[in-house]
Design a protein around this ligand. Structure first.
Ligand code: GLA
Length: 381
């Protein structure tokens, strides 16, 4: 078990493995947190800046070599087996993708069995896919006594999701899950690859999540379309990063109206992310909350990735005293809302958000360290 790894969840992952695969070799375990974007959504694939945290909900896995020459992935009472690690369209795809990605780097990986247990809702915009892939990659490396740098671990995890599973995601989720500092947020520059830590200055300010229960699909048509529209707009304006966009150039270019809106979103959103980092540095909760709410409006009106259910939960949260800001989180088209709230207003905010989506699941989120802090035996400095 690594530092900070929740023991009960790890035990549940071992149980999931042994229930499906029987007793066997002592498994290697790992836990990876989810990610919550504070400001900077849908800009990672456009070379933008993102302010994000890793969260204290995540995914634990238990990994051991297979005694049967068949791969096994087991989670929540479901189990799949197969002869090859490649994706086939079931719950094993993400759990086994690290095997292929690590082999592509030249490592010799045996056939494995994986047990999974999660406190992070799946498909809610909190990077459950990245958390699972990073956790399995870390457990495999631990089982083999291998290490990687944080950058290489992120590259393996991104390749597992993008090249093996086929999801056209940007680098945000993997970087947040691995690089988030202890007790703070990460300002990630997806143009340079650089990052800055910003301490979380408040004990009494937390995030409330509300899962609308509608699962989004990052590999889906709409995510891919937003990415293509944004990239085509950047290319038309002759820039490679949304940090280089200027309003007059967008206004005067001959562009499809939808592409113009996408560019307006990514231009504003990357600036808001940098401003949000400043707000956090000066402990200005109202400014950070205001930027989160502005992010939501932009995602709703310009990038067009929100839904009526998400909008209703955001409005309900913002009506509660003590709520500084609220927004949809992750790729959108469903998933969760997060609200920034003082602990005195947290209970009322949770009730209001749950009521706005017919009793949706609510939970508290606090900053968690990423894998580079949690697994120093695997992630080289
Ligand atoms: C998903 C993707 C990320 C990022 C976000 C939106 O989580 O995996 O790369 O694009 O959506 O910010």
């Amino acid at each position: 078990m690594s530092i900070g790894e929740p023991y009960d969840l790890t035990t549940a992952a071992v149980q999931a493995l042994e229930e499906a695969g029987g007793a066997g070799a002592l498994p290697a375990t790992a836990w990876a947190p989810g990610r919550c974007t504070l400001v900077g959504e849908h800009v990672d694939y456009a070379g933008g800046q993102v302010l994000c945290i890793a969260v204290d909900r995540g995914i634990a896995v238990a990994v051991r070599p297979s005694a049967t020459a068949r791969y096994l992935a087991a989670s929540g009472g479901l189990a799949v087996t197969r002869r090859d690690a490649g994706p086939v369209g079931d719950i094993g795809d993400r759990a086994l993708a690290p095997v292929v990605a690590l082999r592509n780097r030249g490592l010799s990986i045996p056939t494995i069995e994986v047990g999974i247990a999660a406190t992070l809702p799946a498909g809610a915009g909190l990077a459950s896919s990245a958390a699972l892939i990073v956790a399995v990659t870390t457990a495999i490396l631990r089982m083999l006594g291998e290490t990687l740098t944080a950058r290489d671990l992120a590259a393996v995890a991104l390749s597992a999701e993008r090249d093996v599973v086929g999801v056209p995601c940007g680098p945000l989720d993997q970087r947040a899950v691995i690089d988030a500092p202890n007790g703070g947020a990460l300002l990630l520059d997806c143009r340079s690859g650089g990052e800055t830590s910003v301490p979380w200055p408040w004990a009494e300010v937390i995030l409330i999540g509300c899962d609308t229960g509608v699962q989004h699909d990052v590999g889906g048509v709409e995510y891919r379309r937003r990415r293509e529209e944004t990239e085509s707009g950047l290319e038309a304006l002759g820039v490679t990063s949304c940090q280089d966009l200027r309003a007059p150039a967008i206004d005067s270019a001959v562009l499809d109206p939808a592409v113009r809106r996408r560019l307006q979103h990514v231009m504003g959103e990357t600036r808001r992310a940098a401003e949000a980092a400043e707000a956090l540095r000066r402990s200005d909760v109202d400014a950070l909350g205001g930027l989160m709410s502005a992010s939501h409006r932009s995602l709703r009106d310009l990038h067009e990735v929100s839904t009526p259910a998400l909008d209703a939960v955001v409005s309900a949260a913002l009506a509660v005293p003590g709520c500084a800001g609220a927004r949809m989180v992750g790729a959108g088209f469903g998933g969760a809302v997060v609200a920034l709230v003082t602990s005195a207003g947290a209970a009322a905010c949770r009730s209001a958000m749950a009521a706005a989506c017919g009793g949706g699941r609510t939970f508290e989120l606090r900053p968690s360290p990423g894998l580079a802090v949690l697994a120093p035996d695997v992630v080289r400095g």
